[in-house]
Write a protein that binds this ligand. Sequence first.
Ligand code: MIG
Length: 914
Amino acid sequence: MLSAAVHISGAGPVPGIMNLSQPLTPISRAYLAKSLSNSKPVLHDAMKSNSCLNKKPIVKLRREINISLVIAFGFCLISIVLTAQAVVLVPPVSTRSNIANGGWSSLGAMPAPAWDGKTLMFHNEQGTLAVTPLSDDVIRVRFTRAQAFGRDHSYAVVDRDLGGANVVVGIGSDSTVLRTATLKVTIQHDPLRISFANNPGEVLDADDPDRGISFVGNQFRDAKLLRDDEHVYGFGEKNGSLDKRGWQLGGYNLVMWNSDTYMHNSSTDPMYVAVPFLLVMRHGQAHGLFLDNTWRSSFDVGREEPNLLTFGAVNGELNYYFINGPEPKKVIERYTTLTGRMPLPPLWSLGYNQCRFSYFPEARVRKIADTFRKDKIPADVIWLDIDYQDGFNPFTWDKDRFPDPKKMISDLRAEGFHTVCIVDAHPKQQVGYAPYDEGMAGKFFVKKSDGSVYEGKVWPANAAKNPGPSVFPDFSKPAARLWWGWLYKDLLNLGVAGIWNDMNEPSVFDSVRGTMPPDLVFDNEGQPSTHLELHNVYGQLMSRATFEGLSQFRPNERPFVLTRASYAGGQRYAAVWTGDNTSDWSSMRQSIPTLLGMGLSGFPFVGADIGGYAGMPSPELYSRWLQVGVFSPFMRSHSENGRPDKEPWAFGKKFEVINRHIIELRYELLPYIYNAMQQASQTGVPALRPLFLEFPDDEKLAGTDDEFMFGDDLLVAPVLHEGMTEREIYLPKGDWFDYSTGKQFTGGQKIKLPVTLDSIPMFVRAGGFIFRQPVVQSTDQMPGNPLKILMAPAGKSESSLYEDDGETLDYRHGEFMKRRFHQTGDDQETTIKISAADGSYRPVKRNLVLETWMDHQPKSVTLLTGYEMAGKILLPHLMGDALAKSKSGWSFADGRITVKINDGFKPMQFVIER
Ligand code: MIG
């Protein structure tokens, strides 16, 4: 039986239990029936069909009643419904005014605030509002209907100490103005409305004058004005178009409620990950909003009202951060200062990953690995899905299938493979099974409201032998996280390199909504609450437990964790893949805006199942998807069970050759990819970037999601349609060089390029530096190989390259090598300078190969080294394959000059005389 309030021994009512006494109104009944089908268009239709949703009469009415303290214009509330069977459905969040059904009120007058030098505190009988500048460009806004704020606790934010702001506060009778170096925040007192403007006084973000912050029951919603020339991005893992203004400003309504969405497509929402963060672009200027609330929330981007952006949650505090740019990269940098950044991944995890559901027994795993090596298709990682386990029980092995995992893993390691194992969130309820016994003893499992341990059916219930229900660790209990982290000990002792956490939305088979009942009780780091509050953060906390466990056992190694579900800030613990996508062309195309949006939302280490998870790709689709995969930070092929083989060689000889070339390209580019990932770990700016992030002033790029940048200098326009023989590409302003031919193009226009099955249209920005290496079969083989630098000519440009040992944390103590590269070029000569190296790490001895495009053979190439570049060496000009055999020199062929020397890791300079 469910009760309206859950009591926990001595703790009093759990805050935030939904109001279950709401009557079931006609709209909510219709809604409910439809919302069970869980689709966005339904939400829209249901809302449209209600005549009381027209905003204008409500506004008029409000004026007529002359604004009393409680303004009854309200929003359409969809009630929380308790069925006779005691199944509580999670309420969809309404965004529309509706007096009859909603009973929403919005903030009325608030008396002048108090200012304590840090926070403006407003207060009336409706609640308490705090406005805190954390820095010149980040302002925090908190509102609670209580007379005082509750615990200030976040699973997302790790650092609110953003340096503080130089603030001037002016408290007037009508409004309060807070100024920082870059922002002017105006808070109108009656009714209370907030707006943010930049220093010249341009409004960036303003509450809707009619609604502002409103609330009913435990729900709240903030309505902000949305202009037609604003583009809205982010929201974490979201399908649909990159710009959430949508087609012809049709908008989007996006829900944050982590969901196991098998075979998702472009209209599926919500998905597995909740990141309530958005980035707004207007004429090249950006700002961000982050709603730090883990309850089910929703964002309406001009869908229900074309000129409103509204967001709200079913419960909890309104707690948002306004983040000013004006550069979009700066918004991401600030957001990831708040919520943390991806730690530098181990190099091997950036190689090619091979997975399927599932490789077993051992002989098959070995065969897969051997085939990569025999066929010379590079790969670094082999993945074990749930069938390696005994009865699908986490932390066990099926000893028939895998009699000696330690030996297998170490043999694979000797072949250059790392092994990653899946571990799900659902240990079996089984006395005698250590994870169950220990978890029971420690009180580590999620409980029902009566205090008993919750049981649900997941994979162990499908085991052939001795099936049974599962229990679920309460990852919001610090002791349970610690314990879960320790459980990895045996897997790590066997040599497992990384961990894959799945099913952590959490996904439960035998329940109406595919997840746990809403009223289950979680520890919530000492302030017990329900599943409804912890749902969206369950996956993030599981991956955190895993990450911290791996860190404990291998204190000087970089953990690798992949998770399916997460919450804002989860980038600190794990890479994310987009779950169970579909083997069709549109899913491949969809993967690009989805991954780009994740990168904008603080998650740079992301990928989609290459080839598609559900279904079987055609050979052509698989190859095209692999081409997209080269530029996915996380590159992994995967397949559901019961499908034919999907390995790179499984589509016939012709495609095997193509697929090998594609994966070879990934390995050639690894120094560049690693460099871009290292930057992401430092700044939050993802390696995989939408074009607008790099070219914010070019309005034509606002919605581009079939081309992207990888790192600073590479534009990629993969072929995304079946049978395509010509690819139309928009090149942003500036000069571009075709990566494979060196042909120069002028940007600011569309070009057409003929394509074949192996074409991946790629362009190097003028002045760009692309750091490469010869093909290797795994990252183990990288040391000693030459560093190749492809440089696109320009008048002036610079770049930098980061290198380290690829696996330990020694870089944190200065064990890395970072060099700056600088070029200038004119009609006479091109000069390339390589700086002294920062950091104490030095790669093993190797060559350095510099390549650049030139329309004719140069006259000479001089190398300058030593103190003040006093040592001058005229490098020999070598023909044919003489350069390959010689230690140093240069050659010229097909419009490309190649210079080779020993890379001494010392400052040096090349002068190429034209
Ligand atoms: O209920 O572990 O998204 O990648 O292969 C399905 C089996 C469970 C879902 C994951 C998928 C994985 C599969 N898992």
